[in-house]
Design a protein around this ligand. Sequence first.
Ligand SMILES: NC(=O)C1=CN([C@@H]2O[C@H](COP(=O)(O)OP(=O)(O)OC[C@H]3O[C@@H](n4cnc5c(N)ncnc54)[C@H](O)[C@@H]3O)[C@@H](O)[C@H]2O)C=CC1
Ligand SMILES: O=CCc1c[nH]c2ccccc12
Length: 303
Amino acid sequence: MPWDPIQLNDGTKIPSVAFGTWTLGNGQPARDHVDQALETGFDHIDTAQAYRNEEETGTALQDSGLAREDLYITTKYSGRDGLDVNTSIHNSVKWLGVKYVDLYLVHHPRLAVPDIPTNWQQMEKVKADGLAKSIGVSNFEIADLEILLASAKVKPVANQILFHPYVWQRQAPLLEYCKKNGIVVEAYSALTPLTRQPGGPVDKAATQIANRLSVKPEQVLLAWAKSKGVVVVTSSTKKERLEGYLSAGDIELSDDDIAAIEAAGALGARRNLVRTFLTRAIGLALVGSLALGACSYLGIDVL
Ligand SMILES: NC(=O)C1=CN([C@@H]2O[C@H](COP(=O)(O)OP(=O)(O)OC[C@H]3O[C@@H](n4cnc5c(N)ncnc54)[C@H](O)[C@@H]3O)[C@@H](O)[C@H]2O)C=CC1
Ligand SMILES: O=CCc1c[nH]c2ccccc12
């Protein structure tokens, strides 16, 4: 099996590649795209209260005719509309048309009202009530996990985080921490070097490797993420891309390929840092000279 399921700390298993519904919008197009993903062979759907398409996702799941036990459904508590965890999970299972979800995540620690330990207790109740087989978190830093683990009765099974070569150096310690604590990392936006920062060093490195292996650059980036032992959450509205994502599970990158992608990621990260610094410095200089100009116009002596 190319994308082998990964063992979670509560005894269940999670399919290691997922189709995400964040950017699908809602209505018939959202239904059609989830439908297409299921038809292509995805059995793990990643949605959230915040994406406002759980109902469409549910319709596609029901229409697929797939047995519940052959599907893995993740949704997230996003703190949307000020609803509490209990009300939100009841809405989610109703909209998704299921008795339980496989994985329920806290979408973001800063959206977890009123605080991390109380929010996690509410998540533990969701599991105890049988509305989620497993519970986990998303966008948690090490400090957030420390707070959670200090009082948790049930450990989170997973932490879904931003994960691509430009943030690899920053996220590696978090991956290490999660591994040490038996928490599986789920990678989202793994294709950022192609989608939001195209033309940069990682795009170039991935394209070079892809050409050599006769595959696509997006497949190389998914194979890179897979090499880190994480669950990959990705998406597309194009069937051909989805097929490519699934077959990316067969790509074995060499140590040199992995090192080249990470070196390109580190270079891009340094460039981003310099760009941010320069933008802020120019901004500050501009504000400073405007302020000096205004003071001199008003006759205020500041120097
Ligand atoms: N927990 C969280 O806070 C977050 C979770 N997610 C989850 O992850 C899923 C995937 O997130 P994305 O950022 O969309 O992931 P992604 O980085 O996998 O990007 C998917 C996009 O890349 C495009 N793409 C693929 N190959 C390309 C190429 N060669 N050139 C240009 N574009 C290409 C696809 O058409 C698609 O629109 C979401 O739907 C959601 O389920 C996403 C963001 C945050
Ligand atoms: O999950 C993807 C991005 C997103 C959209 N809405 C929210 C709310 C809270 C955290 C992340 C997101």
